[in-house]
Write a protein that binds this ligand. Structure first.
Ligand code: PGA
Length: 248
């Protein structure tokens, strides 16, 4: 039985005090169903948010990291530094990183392997552009991103991997994939995992949907049979909205 994972990706938002305020409103919420809730904060807030989370069940994630454990990489943050803070997850290969910062599939692959090495669970983002979808290339694109991201990742480590299917045209646009389309793509992704790793990984890898998830559509999306939760951007910045989503 896979426990759904709902992660709030704050992106480049929230000062430390705003973040603490938000976390204080959500950390003690009693959830209606068994769901793992994660906040993905800017690097600057990680340490203080970790303290604010305290011994509640809320999990903490970074939004990116470098693959090397240290060295001359000005402006970067290493897995060792993140592990030192005690983060649980790291978002890797978000489409905004790929689009605005030139992150390649090869970079994402190095980051995924590094995260696993340092016991940080990767949330690997994949998804097609509108053009690719309209040209019938969505599945091909997603398959290629997944296989490249997981190249060299061993079967024993797959239970810790989370995949977020985020069609790029749905991110921050207010447009969501229909719950049926999202479910179909996620079922397709699960089959890719099955082909590469077999039955056990097929059952364990959690695959979220992301892209304009809001209180009004969260239930319908997350209740789809193949969808294991959501990666939420804009709607994770307001406590009321995020609470409605995690109580889908
Ligand atoms: P959105 O962002 O919910 O604001 O569309 C999702 C994401 O980028 O993870």
């Amino acid at each position: 039985m896979r426990i759904p994972i709902i992660a709030g990706n704050w992106k480049m938002n929230m000062t430390i005090s705003q973040g603490i305020d938000l976390v204080n409103k959500i950390k003690d919420i009693t959830l209606k169903t068994d769901v793992e809730v994660v906040v993905c904060t800017p690097f600057t807030a990680l340490m203080d948010i970790k303290r604010a989370i305290g011994d509640t069940k809320l999990k903490l994630a970074a939004q990116n990291m470098h693959w090397e454990e240290g060295g001359a990489y000005t402006g970067e943050v290493s897995p060792v530094m993140l592990k030192d803070i005690g983060i649980d997850y790291v978002i890797l290969g978000h489409s905004e990183r790929r689009q605005y910062f030139g992150e390649s599939d090869d970079d994402v692959n190095k980051k995924v392997k590094s995260a696993i090495k340092y016991n940080i669970r990767p949330i690997i983002c994949v998804g097609e552009t509108l053009e690719e979808r309209e040209q019938g290339q969505a599945e091909e694109k997603v398959k290629s991103q997944i296989l490249k991201a997981l190249d060299g990742v061993e079967k024993k480590d797959t239970a810790d991997v989370v995949i977020a299917y985020e069609p790029i045209w749905a991110i921050g646009t207010g447009k969501t994939a229909s719950s049926k389309d999202a479910n179909n793509m996620i079922a397709y992704i699960r089959n890719i995992i099955m082909e590469k790793y077999g039955d056990e990984a097929f059952d364990k890898v959690r695959i979220q949907y992301g892209g304009s998830v809001k209180p009004g559509n969260a239930t319908e999306i997350i209740n789809q049979p193949d969808i294991d939760g959501a990666l939420v951007g804009g709607a994770s910045l307001k406590a009321d909205d995020f609470i409605k989503i995690i109580n889908f």
